[in-house]
Design a protein around this ligand. Structure first.
Ligand code: FES
Length: 256
């Protein structure tokens, strides 16, 4: 057994934070990763035992979500978004450059154990494309050159700050925070920046507020009764559409 008594106690603590203890499985797996460097067989067994689940059930979750790692991770996890927008804005080029520079393939760790490189899916930060993450913290508007500088700094042990978040620690430390054990850095760095706030700025300039109705629009309910009436109307409209035949909907009955 490699999990310490402290870790096992913390796993129990997480299980006790929820009305239904099985809800704690996701943070518990993050805690296992934070101490083991991956989701180990022992970690799966311990979570199953505490939550009264089968190891197959826990394993099914651990292998479904890509944030759970079944192989030991490097000190830092570097994720390169290669989803559509980031890819066309340079994400693919960044990933290729980093693979060559670090001499690793996808989901592989550098020989010095410092960096695990992975291409990741959309991080909901498309307004700052192309983005990277280091231990899940954002690095916005990257280029192949800035990405190389970033991983070199990480490997050299230099202080690195994310664009919109905390000072970079290590992947294991970040996993502990995700598990629900705060490290006191939650307020470090800005969490929003210009591109994300552009819509808000434009709304303010134009005096727009939430709940504004447009002529002929369905509007936004401001009371519970209004919300119920609005939902009833929407349901009736959708049932009317559903009752129409495909020809009615798609072609309007045209014989052309
Ligand atoms: S496509 Fe990269 S953050 Fe959305």
């Amino acid at each position: 057994m490699t999990l310490s008594e402290t870790t096992v106690a913390e796993l129990h603590e997480l299980a006790g934070r929820y009305p239904h203890k099985r809800s704690a499985l996701l943070p518990m797996l993050h805690l296992v990763q934070s101490v083991e460097g991956s989701v180990t067989a022992e970690g799966i067994e311990r979570c199953a035992e505490i939550l009264e689940l089968s190891t197959a059930q826990v394993s099914g979750v651990a292998t479904f979500y890509t944030m759970y790692k079944r192989r030991p991770m490097g000190e830092h996890h570097v994720g390169v978004c290669t989803n559509t927008l980031c890819a066309v804005m340079g994400g693919d080029a960044i990933f290729e450059r980093l693979k060559n520079h670090l001499d690793v393939g996808n989901d592989e760790t550098t020989a010095d154990g410092k960096v695990t490189l992975e291409h990741i899916e959309c991080n909901a930060a498309c307004d700052f494309a192309p983005v990277l993450t280091v231990n899940w913290e954002f690095f916005d508007n990257q280029t192949p050159e800035s990405a190389v500088e970033l991983v070199d700094s990480l490997r050299a042990g230099e202080a690195v700050r994310s664009t919109r978040g905390a000072t970079i620690t290590s992947w294991r430390e970040a996993e502990r925070v995700i598990a629900g054990f705060e490290d006191g850095r939650v307020d470090e760095g800005p969490t929003a920046a210009g591109a994300s706030l552009a819509g808000l700025r434009i709304a303010r300039e134009n005096g727009w507020t939430a709940g504004t109705t447009s002529a002929g629009g369905s509007g936004t309910a401001t009371t519970k009764e209004g919300a119920v009436a609005q939902a009833d109307t929407a349901r009736a409209e959708s049932e009317t559409v559903a009752e129409q035949s495909p020809a009615d909907v798609e072609g309007g009955g045209s014989d052309d």
